[in-house]
Design a protein around this ligand. Structure first.
Ligand SMILES: Nc1ncnc2c1ncn2[C@@H]1O[C@H](COP(=O)(O)OP(=O)(O)O)[C@@H](O)[C@H]1O
Ligand SMILES: [Mg+2]
Length: 282
């Protein structure tokens, strides 16, 4: 849904042989966008998902010990990782959540994206075919509990900032995942998420993913016999507490009671299409 500008930007960079970093908050649609573009470009794509235990061998490739015993070190015994596969195919390496990769693994990428060549011990140099490029995603610094990308890595990427979409587009996204439910439900769920994003007491608001969850759970609960309002409130209390962060008040903590009160108030406002809670100062 939407994203024409970003799709164009990413496409231009990739066609120019450049690497792209998509940066934006959790749930804004970075992964969806990257996967969509790689499909549109009809390029072979090799995906990795960043996590702190990912190793350099996993990224580049490793030797299979039984095969080494039989055939010795060489191409026959080498099991290529996604980086080597993408380089050999002239394809796209899609690195989801690049900043979660350990720094050592990020450093293996440098020569590959810079000189388009890597050297694998006991195998030799591997050159990238034309067309090889990297698309990566990351959350902005304030959301990250893991390493920041080094200057060296950042210098190799063009940056595409991915912001939240407008209300109409977000409603279309949520509605797309609901079968036969009224569009007003998708709209209410989106309004709820958007209230949390602009409310003065909320430090981290909810994404369209939270809106999707509320709408889907509401549909099930209505089918089970709950009224719209009861179902929507119950779904909100299930889907939102993990996804938003509320500013502590003067006395210290946010107790679960005040989180619940706020969520119920916002859920009612979203159902009515009323934006009063936004204007109310705490
Ligand atoms: N423009 C869009 N069109 C369709 N679905 C979208 C769009 N943006 C986000 N979504 C959906 O919203 C959810 C969150 O998107 P995702 O790409 O996983 O976010 P991120 O990777 O930024 O955390 C997914 O279910 C995704 O399919
Ligand atoms: Mg993602």
């Amino acid at each position: 849904v939407g994203r024409e500008k970003e799709i164009g930007q990413i496409g231009s960079c990739i066609k120019a042989g450049r690497n792209v970093l998509l940066e934006g908050p959790v749930g804004v649609g970075k992964t969806k966008l990257a996967v969509y573009v790689t499909e549109q470009l009809k390029r072979r794509t090799f995906r990795i998902d960043g996590d702190s235990r990912y190793s350099e061998q996993k990224l580049a490739g490793w030797f299979d010990p039984p095969s080494v015993i039989k055939n010795g070190f060489g191409d026959k015994s080498f099991i290529p990782g996604p980086l080597v596969e993408a380089m050999r195919a002239g394809g796209i390496l899609f690195i989801n959540e690049l900043n979660r990769l350990p720094e050592g693994v990020q450093n293996v990428l440098l020569p590959a994206i810079d000189e388009r060549i890597i050297s694998v011990p006991r195998l030799g140099e591997i050159k990238a075919k034309p067309g090889f490029a990297v698309i990566a995603t990351q959350n902005p610094k304030e959301f990250v509990a893991t390493s920041h990308l080094s200057e060296a890595i950042l210098d190799r990427f063009e940056l595409v900032r991915v912001e939240y979409q407008n209300e109409d587009e977000e409603t279309a996204i949520v509605n797309g995942g609901l079968e036969g439910a009224p569009k007003a439900l998708a709209l209410a769920a989106v309004r709820l998420a958007r209230i949390t994003r602009s409310h003065p007491r909320v430090k981290r608001g909810a994404s369209v993913r939270a809106a999707q969850a509320v709408a889907q759970i509401t549909v099930v609960m209505i089918a089970e016999g709950k009224s719209l309002r009861d179902a929507f409130l119950a779904a909100t209390l299930l889907a939102f507490p993990t996804r938003i962060e509320i500013e502590r008040d003067v006395e210290g903590g946010v107790d679960s009671e005040s989180m619940e009160t706020l969520l119920q108030e916002w859920a009612d406002a979203a159902l009515e299409g009323d934006s009063a809670p936004l204007k109310k100062k705490y």
